[in-house]
Write a protein that binds this ligand. Structure first.
Ligand code: NAD
Length: 497
C-alpha cells in the first residue's frame, strides 16, 4: 500500500482525501508514496489553528519556549537516522550528505535556543528630563514559510524555530516533491512539548501557496526556491501588505588564480560542483580560471577525478553522488548539456549516458565538465541545478570580477589563491552576498545570516541568524514619563529646542 503524506494541523496528522501527487524515489524511479495537495480550506484551517495558538504562545516566557527547543534538539539527534532515510529516499542525496544537511538544521535549532538573549531590547534612561525610552521586539502573529526540495529538512529549520522563538506561530509549506522529513520533524517538535497549533505543516502546490499569500491573517512570508517564484512571492506578499524575504536561485562562480594550491582547489571544486548532484543553491557551477596555464591544469585534473566519482543510489553510503530529483529535472539538465555542445563549448566529460547497474530507472546524470565556455551560452547564463561545471577562461583577476558582477545572480562565490592582497580586493569588489577565500561553499554558520545579492534575494533581511530576529519581530519604541516624578510641563506647540 502506498503511504499518503498529509498535513500537520493543530497538533494532529490530517488526511483530507483531497488531490494527491506521487512521491518518487529518484534513485529507482519508483513511486514511494503520495502527498496530499492542500485545498484552500485546508490551508485556512492551518492558519486558523496558528491564529488560535498565538495569544498564549506570544505570552509564554521566552525561556519556557527555549526549554521546548532544547528538548526538540535532542529528539532530532535521536531520530536523525530515520530523518536522513526519508530525505535520501525522496530527494536522492546520499545518506552522509543528508546527515550533513540535518546537522546544519540542528545548528539553527541551537541558535534558536539562545534567542531570549537576542530579544532583550534596547533601553535609554533619561532620554529627556525624567523620560525613559526603550525598544522592544514583539512577534508579528502568524507567519508562513515556503521551502524548496533541495534541503527538505534544513531550510524549514532555517525558518520556523527562530520564528516561534520570537513568539510567532507558523504555517510551513514544504516542497511537495520530498515532503516527509519536514512532517516528521514537526511531529518531534510536538513531542518536545510545543503546544498544538504553534507549528502547522500543509503540503501542497500553488493553491496552498496562494492561499497563504492572500490570507489577511498571515503577517510575513519566508520563501526559499527558484528566482521566478521568489519574485512572484515577493510581489504578491507586498501587494497583500506582508513582510517578505524571498531567497532565489544562483550561479556561483569560483575564481582560480595562477598561484592557487591546485590540488586543494580541485578537491574543493569536485565537492562544490557535484555534491548533492549540483542541486545546491551554493553549488559552484562556474570555475573562472585566470590564465591558460592554470586552466589547462585544472581541466586535466578535474577530468581525472571525475573518472573516479562514485555515482549511485542515495541510500548506499559508499556513493558520492546520487540522482537528480525528478525525471523532468534530469531531462532539463540533459537539455542544457545538449545546448552547450550546440553552442560551441568544449565538452570535456559527458555525463549524459551514465548507467547505474541495478538502478536503470533512476534519474541519474553523470558529472559533466565543459571548457571554453563563453558568457552568451545558456550553460553559463542559466542556473542548471545539476552536475554540470563550466570553465570560463579570463586573462586577469579584474576580468573575472567583472564577469561575476555582470551576472544576474549573486548568491555565493569563492577565490582560490595564495595572494592575500588579491583575496582582499576580491572580497571588497565582488557583488555577491556570501564570499569564500579558499572555501568553496561559504555557507554562513547559524549565528551569522544567509543571503545573496541581486536576483538571489528579494527583500531586505537574510535568512536565519541575527537577521531572523529582525524579520520575525517588530520593533516597538516606548517613551515614558511619570508626571509624579516632578517634571511637569505646560502646553507646548513646538518641538523642544
Ligand atoms: P521552486 O521555486 O520550484 O519551489 C519552491 C517552493 O515554491 C515549493 O514549495 C513549491 O511548491 C513552491 N512553488 C513552485 N511553483 C510555484 C508557483 N508557481 N506558485 C507558488 N508556489 C510555487 O524551487 P525548487 O525547485 O523546489 O528548489 C530549487 C531552487 O531553489 C533553485 O533555484 C535553488 O537555487 C533555490 N534555492 C535557493 C536557496 C537560497 O538560499 N537562495 C536555497 C535552496 C534552494
Amino acid at each position: 500500500m502506498t503511504q499518503t503524506v498529509g498535513h500537520f494541523i493543530g497538533g494532529e496528522n490530517v488526511l483530507t482525501q483531497g488531490r494527491t501527487q506521487p512521491i518518487y524515489n529518484p534513485s529507482t524511479g519508483e513511486v514511494c508514496g503520495e502527498v496530499e495537495l492542500a485545498s484552500v480550506a485546508t490551508v485556512e484551517q492551518a492558519i486558523a489553528n496558528a491564529q488560535a495558538a498565538y495569544p498564549a504562545w506570544r505570552n509564554t516566557p521566552p525561556a519556557k519556549r527555549a526549554q521546548v527547543m532544547f528538548r526538540f534538539k535532542m529528539l532530532l539527534e535521536q531520530k536523525s537516522d530515520e530523518i536522513c532515510q526519508a530525505i535520501s529516499r525522496e530527494h536522492g542525496k546520499v545518506l552522509h550528505d543528508a546527515a550533513g544537511e540535518l546537522q546544519r538544521g540542528i545548528e539553527n535549532v541551537e541558535f534558536a535556543c539562545g534567542i531570549p538573549q537576542l530579544l532583550k531590547g534596547e533601553h535609554s534612561k533619561n532620554a529627556g528630563p525624567a523620560i525613559d525610552s526603550w525598544s522592544e521586539f514583539q512577534p508579528l502573529g502568524v507567519v508562513a514559510g515556503i521551502t524548496p526540495f533541495n534541503f527538505p529538512a534544513m531550510v524549514p529549520l532555517w525558518m520556523w524555530p527562530a520564528a516561534i522563538m520570537c513568539g510567532n506561530t507558523f504555517v510551513l509549506k514544504p516542497s511537495e516533491r520530498d515532503p516527509s522529513s519536514a512532517l516528521m520533524i514537526a511531529q518531534l517538535a510536538m513531542e518536545a512539548g510545543l503546544p498544538a497549533g504553534v507549528l502547522n505543516v500543509v503540503n501542497g502546490d500553488k493553491e496552498a501557496v496562494d492561499t497563504l499569500l492572500q490570507s489577511p491573517t498571515v503577517q510575513a512570508v519566508s520563501f526559499v526556491g527558484s528566482t521566478p517564484i521568489a519574485q512572484y512571492i515577493y510581489e504578491q506578499a507586498a501587494a497583500n501588505g506582508k513582510r517578505c524575504q524571498a531567497l532565489g536561485g544562483a550561479k556561483n562562480h569560483s575564481i582560480l588564480m595562477p598561484d592557487a594550491d591546485l590540488d586543494n582547489a580541485v578537491n574543493a571544486l569536485m565537492g562544490a560542483a557535484y555534491g548533492s548532484c549540483g542541486e545546491r543553491c551554493m553549488a559552484i557551477s562556474v570555475a573562472v580560471a585566470v590564465g591558460d596555464e592554470i586552466a589547462d591544469k585544472l581541466v586535466a585534473s578535474l577530468k581525472e577525478k571525475i573518472a573516479d566519482l562514485k555515482v549511485g543510489s542515495g541510500l548506499d553510503n559508499s556513493n558520492e553522488m546520487g540522482p537528480l530529483i525528478t525525471a523532468q529535472a534530469r531531462d532539463r539538465v540533459l537539455g542544457y548539456i545538449n545546448a552547450g555542445v550546440e553552442q560551441g563549448a568544449e565538452l570535456v566529460v559527458d555525463g549524459r549516458n551514465i548507467v547505474v547497474p541495478g538502478h536503470e530507472n533512476g534519474y541519474f546524470v553523470g558529472a559533466t565538465l565543459f571548457d571554453r565556455v563563453t558568457e552568451d551560452m545558456t550553460i553559463y547564463t542559466d542556473e542548471i541545478f545539476g552536475p554540470v561545471l563550466v570553465v570560463v577562461r579570463v586573462d586577469n583577476l579584474q576580468q573575472g570580477i567583472d564577469l561575476i558582477n555582470r551576472h544576474e545572480y549573486g548568491n555565493g562565490t569563492c577565490i582560490f589563491t595564495r595572494d592575500g592582497e588579491a583575496a582582499r580586493y576580491f572580497c571588497d569588489q565582488i557583488l555577491v552576498g556570501m564570499v569564500g577565500v579558499n572555501v568553496p561553499l561559504p555557507v554562513p554558520v547559524s549565528y551569522h545570516s544567509f543571503g545573496g545579492w541581486k536576483r538571489s534575494l528579494f527583500g531586505d533581511l537574510s535568512a536565519y541568524g541575527p537577521d531572523a530576529i529582525r524579520f520575525y519581530s517588530r520593533r516597538k519604541t516606548i517613551t515614558q514619563r511619570w508626571p509624579s516624578s516632578g517634571v511637569r510641563e505646560g502646553v507646548t506647540y513646538s518641538f523642544p529646542s
